[in-house]
Write a protein that binds this ligand. Structure first.
Ligand code: PA5
Length: 444
């Protein structure tokens, strides 16, 4: 069984014929992705990445992960954007929901830094780590991003004050560019173990490089199954081409967009998938939001958000559509017990699994939202495990490439991310930004 897509609940809003009409352009966009002839073609290393990962790479990552696991109770993964969200998405999806409270453990607790500049967060992290055995995985493709660089400076100082220079060095792994950037210079000088982020893989497409795989392996998650799932989806998509699930998703979301559905809400019914949605938001938002175009990617966790955003989705502005990630079967079983007094009135659920209730919430919501004017796409995986997460990640990546080409933008750059950096550096009076500093001060 493989990941499936069901778009039948969009056909009261867009015609099936119109969606099928995308097939020939989708076939040519896929060809451009495979043959590297479209926009942003320098950044297509992720397209055949799953099938190119070999045994040596996997076992090297596993060995490094085992070394960090043997040394540290806490591993801090430092990175932002594409150097953060893929690892967190998979780790959260595959970990116990209460992982941080589990004391008897085989794997270190993975926590994150460098994805915000909150001083309280930073202070509390430094305070916490003072008395812990910890290690650092610092990830930055450019090697110059301010947020992770700042977090790394602080955490490295703490590590070096706790351990000998040699031991501190062995507790740091850096993942960065082969040659460029401050992190590469620092890592080479200090002699850290390093991994290279390939030139042709952009941050948000890098989850299946060491950027994602090392932190995921440190958390004790099976990276081989993850890569196998992605590899199978790579093969399925290549084989099925314009009829693949990814092609269908790319086509239908663009047709919905053309018909005024400017916001896509990714829905999950498993709280563990929250960060898969955060990863997806970055993938689609940063890939498509340019040239004054692009679907706004939003996300909700149901049924939590049915009691908050549910009202808006049911009856607000009709410019949205939903994509549900549905997991056919729960991994664990909890049966609703019978209660003789039935004071809570729940005996009608007795004997059912909690997942049966969840599934009816899902189906009931889907039908209500479609009736309320919200087209619905369903992406279904049989179970939540590493293998199907691998399928899901690659499915979204390749669909994003196709979708960006349908939209006629470059899905592999992010020029808009620079504007805030320029202003921040000007305001902080970074050397080299003197003219910008004078200009921005005049505006204040
Ligand atoms: O997808 C992207 O390219 C970005 O989100 C980057 O991953 C993010 O800005 C972090 O960049 P870097 O890895 O260079 O620190």
């Amino acid at each position: 069984e493989n990941l499936k897509i069901d778009i039948s609940k969009t056909f009261t809003f867009v015609s099936e014929e119109k969606v099928n009409g995308y097939k020939s352009q989708v076939a040519s966009h896929l060809k451009s992705l495979y043959e590297k002839t479209g926009r942003g073609s320098d950044f297509l290393g992720w397209v055949n990445l799953p099938s190119s990962i070999d045994e040596a790479q996997l076992s090297d990552i596993e060995t490094t992960a085992a070394n960090l696991k043997s040394k540290a109770d806490v591993v801090v993964v430092i990175g932002i954007g594409g150097s953060y969200l893929g690892a967190r998405a998979v780790i959260d999806a595959m970990s116990n929901s209460f992982d941080h409270l589990i004391t008897e453990r085989k794997n270190p607790v993975v926590i994150y830094a460098g994805q915000n500049i909150g001083e309280d967060y930073t202070a509390e992290l430094l305070e916490l780590l003072k008395d812990k055995s910890f290690a650092l995985v610092v990830i930055s493709k450019s090697g110059t991003t301010t947020e992770p660089a700042l977090a790394f400076r602080l955490l490295k100082d703490l590590l070096e004050s706790k351990y000998s220079a040699e031991e501190a060095k062995d507790r740091i792994v850096a993942i960065t560019d082969a040659k460029k950037g401050a992190l590469r210079t620092l890592a080479d000088q200090k002699g850290y173990k390093t991994y290279v982020i390939p030139d042709d893989v952009g941050g948000r497409y890098s989850v299946l490089t060491p950027v994602g795989l090392l932190p995921i392996a440190v958390a004790g998650i099976d990276i081989r199954a993850l890569v196998k799932g992605a590899k199978d989806m790579e093969e399925i998509t290549a084989k099925e081409g314009e009829n693949s699930a990814a092609a269908t998703y790319a086509a239908v979301r663009n047709e919905l967009y053309k018909n005024g559905k400017a916001t896509e809400i990714l829905v999950n019914y498993q709280p563990k998938l929250h960060f898969v949605a955060e990863w997806w938001k970055q993938l689609y938002g940063e890939s498509e939001g340019k040239e004054n175009k692009g679907i706004f990617p939003a996300a909700v966790d149901f049924s939590t958000d049915l009691h908050s955003m549910g009202q808006w989705i049911q009856e607000g502005v009709r410019n949205i559509f939903e994509t549900i990630i549905t997991v056919s079967k729960a991994n664990k079983t909890v049966i609703v017990p019978t209660d003789e007094a039935d004071l809570d009135g729940l005996n009608f659920l007795a004997g059912k699994r909690v997942d049966d209730v969840n599934k009816m919430a899902e189906l009931g919501t889907l039908l209500a939202h479609v009736d309320g004017g919200v087209p619905n796409i369903k992406v279904e995986i049989p179970v939540l495990n590493e293998y199907y997460l691998g399928q899901l990640l690659y499915f979204f990546e390749i669909a994003c490439g196709i979708s960006g080409y349908i939209l006629d933008i470059n899905p592999f750059d992010q020029p808009g991310v620079e504007a805030y950096k320029k202003n921040m550096f000007a305001l902080l009076e970074k050397p080299g930004f003197e003219a910008e500093t004078a200009a921005i001060k005049a505006k204040l």
